[in-house]
Design a protein around this ligand. Structure first.
Ligand code: SF4
Length: 256
């Protein structure tokens, strides 16, 4: 997976870095265009306008360039570098919308761009080498992982699952039991935010599709979220699946 195997997604992260480089080029292009406009009379609108706009563009381009360099260093070394949490914030808040736009212009499928973002996010989270107690980590699962034909209501309490094994909920409940960590099945972002507010974890391991993981990572920032993509053999939001071993691997990387 792009976001599923937190330490094995160099190609996906490479795409994100390439898109960031594209962002630098786009900003440089806008800068040059404005310089041309300046020549064409931007200063006639207001004498200080070229300086203000040019300065703002240089600042943004500088941030993107610096962030790209730091992302490359983190990706290659896997080490925590000063400012990694801030860098994640810049990537999430500032760059993601621009990168999605550039991906669209370049004809790259939106889910592919999001996979690369999730992989990059996971890389930055893991570079911080968390060693957390189990009660500070939480697993969040989408409701579509539960077999649609199963009548048991597990959203309030996953332990109501009788572990018949017809869907991955059984294995995930066992995993949470093994590590003694909180696990919740949520029906959407509102419930997910409520659970996080109440439990106040230090890190979340979340399973979802590209869109929900991307918005979840963005909404939760600065809380670190490790994103693991679900599998959708029956189409979106219906009887989805996840490889439990990937959750196990993610947990072993962050638990003390
Ligand atoms: S594993 Fe649990 S949630 Fe899935 S079908 Fe069986 S009882 Fe229902």
């Amino acid at each position: 997976m792009a976001g599923n195997e937190p330490h094995k997604s160099f190609a996906a992260k490479g795409l994100f870095i390439a898109l960031m480089a594209g962002t630098c080029l786009l900003i440089a292009g806008i800068f040059l265009f404005l310089r041309w406009l300046q020549g064409a009379g931007l200063a006639s609108v207001h004498p200080s306008l070229p300086g203000i706009v040019g300065g703002a563009l240089v600042l943004v381009a500088g941030i993107v360039f610096l962030a790209t360099i730091l992302l490359v260093i983190t990706t290659v070394s896997g080490k925590d570098i000063p400012g990694t949490p801030l860098l994640r914030g810049v990537a999430i808040r500032l760059l993601l919308p621009v990168i999605e736009l550039i991906g669209r212009i370049a004809g790259i499928p939106r889910d592919t761009v999001r996979q690369s973002f999730i992989a990059m996010n996971n890389s930055l989270v893991l570079s911080r080498k968390f060693r957390l107690k189990p009660d500070r980590v939480m697993i969040l699962l989408p409701h579509c992982l539960q077999l649609a034909e199963c009548d048991i209501k597990i959203t309030g309490d996953i332990n109501k699952c009788v572990r018949c094994g017809r869907c991955d909920i059984a294995g995930l409940a066992e995993l949470a039991e093994k590590y003694r960590i909180d696990i919740f099945v949520v029906t959407g972002g509102t419930l997910a935010r409520k659970v996080i507010r109440e439990k106040r974890p230090k890190l979340v391991v979340a399973v979802a599709c590209e869109g929900d993981l991307t918005s979840g990572i963005r909404d939760c920032y600065p809380l670190p979220v490790l994103g693991i993509l679900n599998e959708r053999p029956n189409g979106p939001c219906f009887n989805t699946a996840v490889d439990t071993r990937k959750i196990d691997e993610a947990l072993r990387m962050v638990l003390a």
